[in-house]
Design a protein around this ligand. Structure first.
Ligand SMILES: Nc1ncnc2c1ncn2[C@@H]1O[C@H](COP(=O)(O)OP(=O)(O)O)[C@@H](O)[C@H]1O
Ligand SMILES: [Mg+2]
Length: 338
């Protein structure tokens, strides 16, 4: 979707596009040309995606004090990119706080993978979970629903024993007050079930999606931290509302294993939240109907990204089903959406 470069700021050159307090090292994120082409097939541009991320992060930056649990923004602009055998494209870029992952990994997915068979200890889980919850709380307070929380979209700074999680990649966030072309998109396994219902009426904002949809994804992400694996075994299991019990995890840290009451309490919460209501069942059935009857067209750029997306125009609709992927994989949903 994007290419991210480690950039060094030249202190002798002043730029109105960068904040005065920008550090020397920055991560510059620029949409890939192929993504621009994919979005163009959907009647959108990468500017729609970038503007969501910029607006969401500007709101956080303007907070006093700003939150360390959401990635910092230091500037934005657009660059003319000359492609081989193609014309030049103007692509948006954003300059972000550079997260130095070192050997411990940059994304939460990488860090949990590196934790190995022994799992993540309760103190570390607590620190990561608290930071992520605080980051999501800040976004919600500012009218931003992230809609794509998952281990690949949380970056983690600092050494393992003092690490700080940072919510990142707000490209498909729903930002209150922002009206832009839309693609509904989600990542199966993390996205909340109601997000898939957006396909029913693509041109309307799905009223079932709200801050609670992020809470579902946050729970799935925290489960991944504790268990070292996703809480659904397959897409059909996710559709049916089935979530694994922590007790079945092979990578559960012994600190959790020792606390039977805690595991029981977590399992009770999981069972309660996974009860499947008849409303969802009915809506799901009609979602399949809508899919079957719409003129579905495949879009190669989105397919490569493991994206499931619906555009606001039925004639241009584009969606994909994809094989189930495990946590830490590159599965992503992308696009600007509701
Ligand atoms: N601020 C950053 N600091 C360090 N690495 C980053 C930063 N932003 C992005 N990256 C790297 O680039 C990858 C993709 O970034 P992300 O914002 O998730 O974009 P997208 O999913 O749209 O391609 C991340 O998984 C991470 O490895
Ligand atoms: Mg991402």
């Amino acid at each position: 979707m994007s290419a991210v470069f480690l950039a060094e700021r030249d202190p002798t050159v002043a730029s109105s596009l960068l904040s005065d307090i920008a550090p020397t090292l920055l991560a510059v994120k620029i949409v890939k040309p192929e993504t621009e082409h994919g979005l163009a097939q959907l009647g959108m541009s990468s500017m729609d995606v970038a503007l969501r991320e910029i607006e969401a992060l500007v709101r956080v930056k303007n907070l006093r004090p700003p939150s360390e649990f959401v990635i910092g923004l230091y500037g934005s602009g657009s660059a003319l990119v000359q492609l081989e055998n193609d014309s030049a494209l103007s692509l948006p870029w954003i300059a972000l706080e550079h997260v130095e992952g070192s050997n411990a990994g940059t994304t939460l997915a990488e860090r949990i993978e590196l934790a190995g068979e022994g799992g993540v200890d309760p103190v570390r889980v607590h620190r990561l979970a608290r930071g992520m919850i605080e980051g999501v709380r800040v976004l919600h307070r500012l009218g931003v629903i992230h809609r794509d929380l998952k281990p690949n979209n949380v970056f983690v700074a600092g050494p393992v024993d003092v690490e700080t999680p940072k919510i990142a990649d707000c490209g498909i966030a729903r930002v209150e007050g922002l009206r832009l072309a839309t693609v509904q998109a989600m990542t199966p396994g993390y996205g909340a079930p109601e997000q898939s219902l957006s396909a029913l009426r693509p041109s309307h904002q799905n009223p079932l999606v709200g801050p609670w949809s992020d809470v579902h994804a946050l729970a799935a992400t925290i489960f991944f931290v504790i268990a070292g694996e996703e809480w659904c075994r397959s897409e059909p299991a996710w559709n049916a509302g089935e979530r694994r019990s922590l007790r079945t995890s092979r990578r559960l840290h012994r600190g959790f294993l020792a606390d039977g009451d805690l595991l029981e309490a977590l399992d009770r919460a999981r069972r309660r939240s996974c009860r499947r209501g008849p409303g969802i069942g009915r809506a799901r059935a009609s979602t399949s109907g809508a899919r079957a009857s719409s003129s579905v067209r495949r879009c190669s750029a989105m397919r490569r990204r493991g994206m499931r997306a619906w555009t606001s125009s039925p004639r241009r609709s584009c969606r994909r089903s994809r094989p189930w992927r495990r946590g830490g994989s590159s599965a992503r949903a992308r696009g600007s959406g509701r």
